[in-house]
Ligand binder design. Structure first.
Ligand code: PEP
Length: 257
């Protein structure tokens, strides 16, 4: 982390977990147990059905609510979809874009990711853009080239002004939900490479101030070492965010000096 230049952001990705009743218990517990220190921003990316309740319960707290997906069109005949402006209207502040589960299981191409990113920015949301290699790409030693390609495709047409609102999450696919966390060095190296790509695309100032999270089996036991890396500015946390006490432990770690 380097708090001098950028915000530390700890975000939960609940995926398809927690009914509204369960979300209520979690939000109440988290809200009442938050540390006083405010050195990191906290985001809960919850299922659509939990959004209204989470927003209401967390209204006067410093925990922001995020979504996990959106559709890039404003409105129209897209059965089952939800637009960026609908989320913004509910007071959602963040949205995950391009998670590998959506890319792999729901056919999201780089072009779709780019359209979703633009839609999020148009609606005033802060996108958390996920990028990351699979195991084969890591073994073939093409991780950084692949991520450069993903980033350029996702950020096509995004202006420097818009880029100030984008958070990047480096999420190696082989580490997501597997318990195989990247080593702090691996995470630090790729996050630093991502910052290098941003420097080429947007210049030193924007690259220096962009929050780059690590995601992939981050938990209360490995967060300290991961967050100690200069270019790792927070975490996108799946499994360990489902238990409020484990998530709180990570928040405490991210709040340390
Ligand atoms: C994720 O899905 O974004 C994620 C990082 O999951 P997990 O922490 O379970 O690996």
């Amino acid at each position: 982390m380097n708090r001098k230049y950028r915000k530390t952001v700890i975000a939960a990705n609940w995926k398809m977990h927690k009914t509204p009743a369960e979300a209520k218990l979690f939000a109440e517990h988290l809200k009442s147990s938050l540390p006083r220190a405010k050195r990191c921003s906290i985001v809960l990316c919850v299922p659509y059905v939990d959004i209204p309740l989470a927003v209401k319960l967390l209204k006067d707290s410093r925990i922001a609510v995020g979504a996990q997906n959106l559709h890039w069109e404003e409105c129209g005949p897209f059965t089952g979809e939800v637009s960026a402006s609908m989320l913004a209207d509910l007071d959602v502040k963040y949205v995950i874009i391009g998670h590998s589960e959506r890319r792999c299981m729901f056919g999201e191409t780089d072009m779709i990711v780019n359209q979703k990113l633009r839609a999020a920015l148009r609606a005033g949301l802060r996108p958390i853009l996920c990028v990351g290699e699979d195991l084969q790409q890591r073994e073939l030693d093409v991780t950084e080239e692949f991520i450069a390609y993903q980033l350029k495709a996702a950020l096509a047409g995004i202006t420097p002004e818009e880029m100030r609102r984008v958070i990047i999450a480096y999420e190696p696919i082989w580490a997501i939900g597997t318990g195989n966390t990247a080593t702090p060095e691996q995470a630090g190296q790729v996050c630093s490479a991502i910052r290098g790509i941003l420097r080429k695309l947007y210049g030193a100032r924007i690259a220096r101030s962009t929050t780059i999270q690590y995601g992939g089996s981050m938990n209360e036991n490995n967060a300290e070492a991961l967050l100690a890396q200069e270019d790792v500015d927070g975490g996108l946390i799946g499994t360990a965010s489902l238990d409020p006490d484990r998530f709180l432990d990570i928040i405490h770690i991210a709040n340390q000096d």
